[in-house]
Structures are given as structure tokens and as C-alpha cells.
Design a protein around this ligand. Structure first.
Ligand code: PGA
Length: 260
């Protein structure tokens, strides 16, 4: 069975000191969710160290980064590498977020290099894919996610793909308050699993976690996780307040026991 994974993507929010205070509050409020759910926070690079210190060594919350470059080191001004993130205690790295694609011009071929570098250094990539509103209205959602998956994983072996998580994030749902319905998300997740079965293997497709992202809140998380096709969530806005993140984590920790 796939363990539910909840990832908080803080985006460009919270200074290092704000982040430490926030994480302390989170730790105090969080019930014992260690069994049913895996929790990750992805602060900005500048707050990774303070969050790591605030979490300590026994926290159930793991650390993730929001992006990285594919080279290990060198003359790449402004970039950070997988070994740097690993050294700061990161376990996960979000790659190919739609904001990286639309605001910073990221393409599937560079995302592919980043996935490869992350895996080489023992970081677990969370690959974000999803269609725009126009693409959904054109009926091309399946084609878009299929192409994103095929290009991001071109040349990968099954074995390597086993460590990747996918986040289906329709662009029209991100930060808009207009989440996809559970039915829309499930349909996309089924497509993603079919593509994974074709490019890797049915076994890999079965064990890969597919998260949903886009206006997830404490109110809609239960309905999303009621489907066993949805293995967790990538959360933006609602992870910035301790109360809403804790409520989401609490629902998620029991989701599989009450699920369909
Ligand atoms: P949102 O962002 O929850 O604020 O819609 C999700 C994301 O961008 O990962």
C-alpha cells in the first residue's frame, strides 16, 4: 500500500527566523501522525538550515527543497545543487513546478536532468505536471501530462523511476481557490498511472505515489484522499498557517483507514 504523502510548498515565503518559529508551532500542534502519513515541508533555500535545526532529529516532518540545478558544483551563479541540499538534510526535492515552467522558462529536458541528478544523490524528486486552463478546455489534458512524463523520464530505467513521486497540479487550480474535483483529479491520476505502466512497468506504476496539488484546503482534502488513486497532496497557500497544515495532516493520517 502507498503511504499518503503531504508536502507543504512554502514558495517564496518566510524568512529563516520566521520559518523556525513556524516549524516550532507546527511541531507542538501536530498530533501523533507518524504512522498513517508522511509529512514534508519545502521552505525556501535560505530557511532550510533554520527549519532543520528547529525540527531536530526526532521530528516526523521531513525536509524538502523547491528546486535545484543538475550539476554538482561549478560556475552557475545563483544555483544550488543536490549535494548541497542533501548536506542540509533534505530528503525530497520538488522539480518542474508550473511556476518554474511559466515564470522561469523550465522545459522538460532540463527537468529530466534535474531528476537524474536528484536520484544520483539520494534525493527523492517530486515531479510536477499539469495542464493549463486552455489545454483542459481543448480536451488535451491527457496529451499534455503524457508528453510531460515521457520527456521528463526519457532514457530512465524502471529501477530509477521507483524513487520518483508525481504531483498532478492543474495550473488553473494553483493559488486560485478553484480546486479540481476529485473526479477530475482521479481521471488525470489514472492517465498518469497508465503512462507510467507503459514507459516503466505496471509494477512501478502501482507503487508510484501520485499527489494532487492546486487549492487543497482542510475542507477538500478528505474528499480528495477518499479515492485510493490520490496518494497525498502538494499544498501551497494552506501550508503557510500552522492550523490549516495540521488539519490537513490530521485528515491525511487517517485517510487510508476510512478510505473507499
Ligand atoms: P496552492 O499551490 O495550494 O496554493 O494552490 C499548490 C502548489 O503550487 O503546489
Amino acid at each position: 500500500m502507498r503511504t499518503v504523502l503531504i508536502v507543504g510548498n512554502w514558495k517564496m515565503n518566510k524568512t529563516a527566523s520566521e520559518a523556525a518559529t513556524f516549524v516550532q508551532e507546527l511541531s507542538q500542534r501536530l498530533p501523533d501522525t507518524s504512522t498513517g502519513v508522511e509529512l514534508v515541508v519545502a521552505p525556501p533555500f535560505t530557511a532550510l538550515e533554520s527549519v532543520r535545526m528547529a525540527l531536530g532529529t526526532s521530528s516526523p516532518i521531513q525536509l524538502g527543497a523547491q528546486d535545484m540545478f543538475w550539476e554538482d558544483h561549478g560556475a552557475y551563479t545563483g544555483e544550488v545543487s543536490a549535494p548541497m541540499l542533501k548536506d542540509l538534510g533534505c530528503r525530497y526535492v520538488i522539480l518542474g513546478h508550473s511556476e518554474r515552467r511559466t515564470l522561469f522558462g523550465e522545459q522538460n529536458d532540463s527537468i529530466q536532468k534535474k531528476i537524474r541528478a536528484a536520484l544520483k544523490h539520494g534525493l527523492r524528486p517530486i515531479l510536477c505536471i499539469g495542464e493549463s486552463l486552455t489545454q483542459r478546455e481543448n480536451g488535451s489534458t491527457d496529451d499534455v501530462v503524457t508528453q510531460q512524463l515521457r520527456e521528463s523520464f526519457s532514457g530512465f530505467t524502471d529501477e530509477v523511476l521507483a524513487d520518483v513521486t508525481i504531483a498532478y497540479e492543474p495550473i488553473w487550480a494553483i493559488g486560485t481557490g478553484k480546486s479540481a474535483t476529485t473526479e477530475q483529479a482521479v481521471a488525470a491520476h489514472r492517465t498518469i498511472r497508465r503512462v507510467l505502466a507503459a514507459i516503466a512497468s505496471p509494477a512501478i506504476a502501482q507503487r508510484t505515489r501520485i499527489l494532487y496539488g492546486g487549492s487543497v484546503t482542510p475542507t477538500n482534502i478528505e474528499s480528495l484522499l477518499a479515492s485510493d488513486q490520490i496518494d497525498g497532496a502538494l499544498i501551497g497557500g494552506a501550508c503557510l498557517q500552522a492550523e490549516s497544515f495540521v488539519r490537513i495532516a490530521t485528515v491525511a493520517s487517517t485517510a487510508r483507514s476510512i478510505g473507499v
